[in-house]
Design a protein around this ligand. Structure first.
Ligand SMILES: [Zn+2]
Length: 262
């Protein structure tokens, strides 16, 4: 559904920074940022909307501004397992920068989302026309590659409690709110475990005063404590996210969140 509030739409098109735009687009030089934004349509995406299917070409690419898109892989006899969650710091359809228009996973809107939508064809042309865009998207692909490697290690070696803490920290970074709309079912899908295991881990974090869980919402009560509880994969992922596509002198939102003491 396209945004019906034209003033909001115009605001995104002309001043995306005022409302906190997409990090990749914000990193572009002003002229190229304006050129890319001119191709984009701000759009609201409802939870559960399927944006791509594994093995199918992308019709559109998406640069989220608010909310998250989940990418999941599936094998027979098991529920889908989330391998990546895309928020304002990323994009869906980054492999178009490799001149490959093929989705490797199913992607579904995870939380209420506002995104900048652009057709795959238009984005591929923009990637050819604007080297800075190509460079930023390619560097973002590196962070995705590194994060997938870290997730493989995380699933193999770290406890559900540590991984839950990491997941909540990453969601906190992405959504920029202390109140995360995350059900046990959603968290079980992200962690690839039974709901009961999520419940036990959440009870421990709540007992330690780090979070409060109620009716599908997780509130972060003690950010530093949650960081201490999370496995090292959170810090590794944050380093990857701060380095490749942040322009010189730009403070990453992750750095800001890690030092705000919450
Ligand atoms: Zn880990």
């Amino acid at each position: 559904m396209s945004l019906t509030d034209m003033s909001l739409k115009e605001d995104y098109a002309s001043h995306p920074r005022l409302r906190g735009g997409n990090h990749l687009i914000d990193c572009l030089p002003p002229l190229q940022r304006a050129a890319v934004l001119a191709l984009c349509e701000p759009i609201e995406l409802a939870v559960g909307t399927v944006l791509s299917e594994a093995g199918q070409p992308y019709r559109h690419a998406y640069f989220p501004v608010r909310g998250a898109i989940s990418l999941a892989s599936q094998c027979s006899g098991h529920p889908p397992f989330e391998t990546e969650s895309i928020g304002y710091q990323g994009m869906l359809g980054a492999t178009l920068a490799l001149n490959i228009n093929l989705a490797s996973q199913r992607s579904v809107v995870q939380t209420p989302c506002i995104a900048l939508q652009v057709t795959a064809k238009q984005l591929q042309k923009a990637l050819r026309d604007h080297p800075a865009l190509l460079q930023i998207v390619q560097r973002y692909l590196f962070t995705v590659y590194a994060a997938l490697q870290q997730t493989a290690v995380c699933v193999r070696f770290h406890s559900v409690e540590e991984r839950l803490a990491r997941t909540l920290l990453l969601a906190h970074d992405r959504d920029q709110t202390n109140h995360l709309p995350m059900t046990h079912r959603l968290l079980a899908g992200i962690l690839g475990v039974q709901r009961g295991a999520v419940t036990l881990a959440a009870i421990k974090l709540q007992r330690d005063g780090l979070i409060h869980y109620r009716r599908g919402k997780v509130s972060i009560l003690n950010r530093r404590g949650l960081e201490a509880k999370a496995c090292e994969c959170y810090r590794v992922s944050s380093v990857h996210d701060t380095t490749p596509h942040s322009p010189p002198g730009k403070t990453s939102p992750y750095v800001r969140y890690r030092t705000d003491g919450k």
